[in-house]
Ligand binder design. Structure first.
Ligand code: SOE
Length: 373
């Protein structure tokens, strides 16, 4: 396949991020033999879709997402809408033989995620989930180091995702605070990213024990008329056991005043440690050896690290959210061209969803839960 023609469903934050990544791809991957085209887009209303088509650079727009999927000139569908709609859209896209790039979390339940995976496998289409942060060059480098065995047996993973955009109880409700549209709160929205880090870096999670809390039980309605109940979790704290013998913990919240997008991990191994913090995403902190008497070395990520030569020629210039979305689109399009799924694919998404579910059950029952595989 020499070109991949995209149809987008959704025109919000992710519609903007994905379309900009598609448009910039050629500049950074000039030798990439696949042409990416922005064919059509649908959104919550025809007016929004029309405006987005113009703003994001699509050749056309559709009034209904089903019409995006029905088009013969669309090869791949990007699912960029609230979690509640992923299942229905993905089943329809797979039935129409479209390749699928889907935002996270994958689904509202494990059953939905399994059905989505089975549909894509039946249709033999490529799938990928947008756990984009694993494509941060510093994280890719950390994964390479761990996979090389240079650090030996991993002992512990400590993951955090701390934000503060909901800390003010006066902030109005939105779809991310509604169980019927999001499925869960902090759990699916951001804990899922840390689970993806954990699985990417250390492999399968076998058992979990979690706590979940809702800090603000009702908020102003989005239209300013009255107050509405918050029926999802605001904070998740949990312990993990990995199949490789390591143990771990995760804290995720949107109620950590001062923390903006503090997504990070520390991995301690037999032969050293690694630290990553997305707010300083162009650095990886490394300690080598048993005792770490030198403390940590700050490695500035640049042209010598994964995908580094694709972007800026001078070390220290750095990459941002835009570049990691470009890597994501590149890897997805390459998977369509080669016929082999890029990771995380839907099967990885099911495993992520199983951990989310196990955490919910654990928090509700106060018990350790096994994660099936
Ligand atoms: C809100 O918490 C949010 O937009 C998440 O939904 C994204 O996945 C994360 O990347 C940034 O924060």
């Amino acid at each position: 396949m020499t070109r991949v023609r995209f149809g987008f469903i959704g025109a919000g934050f992710m519609g903007k991020a994905h379309s900009q990544a598609c448009r910039a791809l050629k500049a950074c991957f000039p030798d990439f033999p696949v042409q990416v085209e922005l064919t059509t887009i649908a959104a919550a209303s025809a007016a929004t879709a029309e405006a987005a088509a113009e703003r994001f650079g699509f050749a056309s727009f559709e009034r209904d997402w089903r019409d995006v999927i029905a088009r013969d000139d669309v090869d791949a569908v990007s699912v960029l809408v609230a979690n509640r709609f992923h299942h229905e859209i993905v089943l329809a896209a797979a039935a129409a033989g479209k390749h699928i790039l889907c935002e996270k979390p994958m689904a509202m339940s494990v059953v939905e995620a399994e059905e989505m995976t089975a549909a894509a496998e039946r249709a033999d289409v490529r799938t990928m989930l947008c756990f984009n942060y694993r494509r941060t060059p510093a994280v890719l480098y950390a994964q390479e180091l761990l996979a090389s065995g240079a650090f030996g047996q991993p002992y512990a993973f400590r993951g955090v995702y701390l934000q503060d955009w909901l800390a003010d109880p006066g902030i109005a409700s939105n779809w991310r605070l509604r169980q019927d549209l999001a499925g869960s709160g902090t759990l699916g929205d951001i804990t899922s990213h840390v689970i993806d880090f954990a699985q990417f870096l250390l492999g399968d999670i076998e058992r979990v024990n979690g706590l979940m809390r809702t800090w603000v039980g009702e908020r102003p309605a989005p239209d300013g008329d009255g107050r509405v109940k918050v029926d999802v979790d605001d904070e998740v704290m949990c312990l993990l056991e990995f199949a490789n013998g390591a143990i771990g913990s995760i804290q995720a919240t949107r109620f950590a005043p001062g923390r903006k997008n503090f997504l990070g991990f520390e991995v301690n191994c037999e032969g050293g440690s690694l630290i990553f913090d997305y707010e300083r995403m162009n650095e990886l902190w490394i300690s080598r050896g048993h005792a770490g008497t030198q403390g940590f070395e700050r490695v500035v990520i640049g042209p010598d690290h994964p995908y580094g030569k694709r972007f800026w020629p001078i070390p220290g210039i750095g990459v941002g959210f835009h570049e990691i979305k470009m890597i994501e689109i590149h890897d997805f399009v390459r998977s369509v061209a080669t016929g082999e799924n890029a990771r995380p694919d839907f099967a990885d998404g099911v495993q992520n969803q199983r951990v989310l579910h196990a955490l919910e059950v654990s928090a509700a029952t106060g018990s350790w839960q096994r994660v099936p595989s």
